[in-house]
Design a protein around this ligand. Sequence first.
Ligand code: PRX
Length: 681
Amino acid sequence: MSGDSTQIFNPADKVAKIAHCSSMEQYRKMHEKSLKDPEGFWSEIAKDFHFEENGLGQFLDYNFDVGKGKIYIKWMAGSKTNISYNCLDRHVSAGKGEQVAFYWEGNDPADAEIVSYSDLLKDVCRMANVLKSKGVAKGDRVAIYMPMIKELVVAMLAVVRIGAVHSIVFGGYSAGSLADRMLDAEASALITTDAVWRGSKLIPLKEIADDALKICRSKNRNINVNIVVKHISRVTAPQSAANGASNGNPAKKTHFDDTVGWDDKVDVWWHDVMKDVSSECPPVWMDAEDPLFMLYTSGSTGKPKGVLHTVGGYMLYAATTFKYSFDYHPGDIYFCTADIGWITGHSYVTYGPLLNNATSVLFEGVPTYPHSGRFWEMIEKYKVSKFYTAPTAIRTLMKYGDEPVKKYDLSSLSVLGSVGEPINPEAWLWYYRVVGDSNVSIVDTFWQTETGGHVITPLPGATPAKPGSACFPFFGVDVALLDDEGHEIKGEGEGYLVFRQPWPGIMRTVYGNHERFETTYFKKFPGFYCTGDGAKRDKDGYIWVTGRIDDMLNVSGHLLSTAQVESSMVEHEHVAEAAVVARPHVVKGECLHCFVTLTQDAEFTDKLVSELKVKVRSTIGPFATPDYVQLAPGLPKTRSGKIMRRVLRKIAAGERDFGDISTLADPSVVEVLFEHRPKDK
Ligand code: PRX
């Protein structure tokens, strides 16, 4: 990232003309009001939502300062609402039932379905009744392990309709990771799917889930309900699989082997249980501060944290950020490519769009299947106006050149969003010029699982954008940069990115471990929420997020902790010690570079390297597969035994400016490791 503050791109005229916020002056006024008078600002917005009882409750109460006691954040405590009611019933009652909620498109372009708001409401009520009949009640945790299909949205909204708490686990996680999360959440039910095609790869979700359930059972946690969507037999198999499965005689709708293991005591088919239940189910009115959902995110100790969000604040924040960051208007067609298994999918595939009564594209597949123009083809087909994806996807597609983009009519586009990691100016410019035809506004949205929604982002009708900068704080967010000692850096400078007061979407606790919540986010700088990222502010006040400053790395927009990968590697009998760092990668942003010290007599062979890769894949998930594994006869440690990771990061990046290494017990290992560094692939 260059931090170049000279190149400025004004909002596209067609966006600014109709925008909810159409000038920097208006932005500044609104932002100032949101900080000085949070109640006045957010209560005005809350008027658009349905609160069943107690008005808006006690509007805001919080303590952000560990020195003053327990950290807590409460918005609208005492008021009663339900997010599924606000996503669905509210619009259906207003006569919008026939409006399309989702254009679902499968992995294969031949598979598509249109889902209206009233279809969705009926299915959500049915599933809510099913869950109740299975004994799921308010406050219970329901794990969800599903692909990007309509039933995933139905499952989440059904869970929250009855006041239960969903814990969605991304469908790319392994059985072990799913089990860890179900155990930590003390889940009482699971909703999954038989299998899914991701490109031409079959992911046997039910089989993986069965293994996870076995692990849970072995740890005395019996999950007695597993609702399974029968999906794979209703979609088109990839040609390659069809050829294999039908002896070279591909039928278009080849039903791949759809048998799954079955346990009558636990498993039920989704379509069976949905058959004879009522399509009406009154929502459970929840306190605004009751738990809404939890979502696990990597922690620097290696143990994932169950980030907990509550009903009312999250609802206001997801809805408001969606409306302003994408400048949503009725008639827009919106397409967010993120998987619902990550926070981006929670806030900007499900809740934000539905709360705004938007029409979205819900996409099951991958950007390069069956061809590298798939996103662009879909934008043309559905006339998408607002598109939201990740820098890693942009960089992947850039590699195919401009041709696959230029084949399609993308003139419907007006706002292009980016999320998940810093976007390099080259990718930003390609997105703007080639995809957006230099006639769009780009929003580089910075946020986290913990923040619930965008916290630093341009507004597309107001903010002159600088490629690579997330620009300015969203309403309610009070940004500060601090140095190591906690002194505030005013004006130009670089430091820890922290926020001074709560916005409605901030997480409320780490599930089952409030102390960890306080230690991770509030202890280092009392009085501030600490993001764990570094940032710089340029002379014009623009914020440039520079990336994690803890032991976290960001592979293709997914956060991983180095400790998590290391602990998986040292489980191998031949590994004595492992140290994992981020290495720059042209497509993924960062990838894993692992230094391993072996046990005596063990040999560093290709076989060992592939065993280690398999180990990480199976304990965490395929997206965590290391790109580089390097033999380390020794690791650069201080005399007190602490590994100097900054030196390993330099070695991985191929940079020689190691800085001061005089405190190392044995500085000579640095040169050895550098010399044997694996070349860029
Ligand atoms: O390091 C920042 C990076 O992603 C982290 C949050 O990851 P996660 O909780 O998985 O949520 C990802 C989707 C919101 C942040 O701490 N990050 C996210 N968006 C950006 C970013 N870094 C720079 N620019 C962004 N736009």
